[in-house]
Design a protein around this ligand. Structure first.
Ligand code: FEO
Length: 399
């Protein structure tokens, strides 16, 4: 047994959390993880000892130390890889090489991905409905393609009603408390929303299907165990949050995201926000740069409107606006109204470029773009206020 102070945490009678806490990560492929994250791996101490997922490569020792606190790692018979992205499989090749488990399982797509990433061979493919007998316990598999990669699947331990959901129902939140009911509910909702907006939003229709499948199968979940963030054992608020976000529920809110060089577009943004407020719609004014692209996406998750402002620099968008629009377009926000605005010195292409991007996101454009040369005068700021009000009225009409 390990002499490390790192310990497994008991999740249910036969299930232990043996993951790792990453307090330091602040950028997760372009998403600002301001509260760090966890890579959750779980050990099922059944007749056939089974490890569900592993951790990011550099956290392997932490996982092994936690495993060693409850069982000799060499006793692991099976490993199930629910998701092949490297935050969950990075430690897998070394773990297999060291422990030589009898069998390793993944979905069909997971088998391919693990071969491509690590050259792993001999992984057994399983799919929806397949069962894996562990002697005294049984795991069933449910593929959850595109939540969040094509290989993704969930595992259900029926006897203890534990759902291992990999990325689904996760959040990036480092903590030394494992269970959601031990953490601040406001932080949980904020981080879950951020995770949904930045990882799962484009696949909302699949989230709706997954929730329907969970209901159809009458999975009476006692423990919801994602691969990031806390384990749920009571309340399960996250299921309701996912339902709302997948359905695109909004809260009468507009996001005003802008870039600025010398303050002119910033002044325009403020006037747009004043107009929104006058129409009774809350405005979140977000200067790009200080406001990270992933935080803007979090605000957009339950917003009705997106207004974007940028100056023109060398005939192009300001770089932070180009970055944001590229990122946002990929995440496919839905059912937004909006418009564009910005100041320019001589050529002024930015508004047209932003308009093209909003159209590509199917944003319903309301009113006309507001453009101005160099510095907005009172008349221009009035037009910005009117634009904000017009968008605000449209938001109210749609409510
Ligand atoms: Fe947490 Fe898609 O990996």
């Amino acid at each position: 047994m390990s002499k490390s102070s790192l310990r497994a945490v008991r999740v249910s009678e036969h299930v232990w959390w043996v993951g790792a806490v990453d307090w330091a990560i602040r950028d997760f492929h372009g998403y600002a993880t301001s509260r760090g994250t966890t890579y959750n791996a779980y050990l099922v101490l059944a007749d056939k000892v089974t490890l569900i997922d592993t951790v990011k490569a550099q956290f392997r020792d932490e996982m092994m130390a936690r495993i060693s606190s409850v069982v000799e790692p060499g006793k692991i018979d099976y490993i199930v890889s629910n998701h092949s992205e490297m935050d969950h499989s990075g430690a897998l090749p070394e773990t297999i090489a060291e422990l030589r488990p009898e069998k390793v399982f993944a979905s069909k797509m997971g088998v391919k991905a693990l071969r491509a990433h690590f050259g792993l061979e001999g992984i057994e493919a399983v799919g929806t409905g397949d069962k894996l007998g562990l002697g005294n316990l049984t795991i069933s598999f449910l593929e959850t393609k595109m939540l969040h990669w094509p290989d993704s699947m969930a595992s259900w331990l029926a006897e203890e009603r534990v759902l291992f959901s990999q990325d689904g129902f996760g959040m990036h939140l480092a903590s030394n408390r494992l269970f959601a009911d031990e953490l601040d509910p406001a932080v949980l909702r904020e981080e879950a929303a951020k995770y949904y907006a930045n990882i799962l939003l484009p696949y909302s229709s699949l989230v709706t299907k997954l929730l329907a499948t969970v209901a159809e199968l009458k999975l009476d979940i006692a423990r919801l165990c994602p691969d990031h963030g806390p384990v749920w054992r009571t309340g399960f608020d996250i299921l309701g949050w996912y339902r709302d976000w997948a359905e695109g529920r909004t809260v009468s809110k507009a996001v005003v995201a802008y870039a600025t060089m010398w303050g002119s577009t910033a002044r325009m943004a403020q006037s747009v926000a004043d107009g929104l407020a006058a129409a009774g719609v809350e405005a979140r004014v977000m200067p790009l740069g200080p406001a990270h692209r992933s935080d803007v996406m979090t605000e957009l998750l339950d917003a009705d409107a997106l207004l974007v402002g940028s100056p023109t620099i060398n005939n192009q968008l300001f770089p932070t606006m180009a970055d944001f629009l590229c990122y946002a377009r990929g995440l496919k926000p839905r059912n937004l109204v909006g418009q564009v605005f910005g100041s320019y010195g001589w050529s002024g292409e930015a508004c047209k470029m932003m308009g093209t991007e909003l159209e590509a996101m199917d944003v319903e454009l309301v009113g006309e773009p507001v453009r101005t040369v160099y510095v907005p005068d009172e008349e221009t700021l009035g037009r910005c206020r009117e634009l904000g009000s017009e968008v605000g009225r449209r938001v109210k009409e749609r409510a």
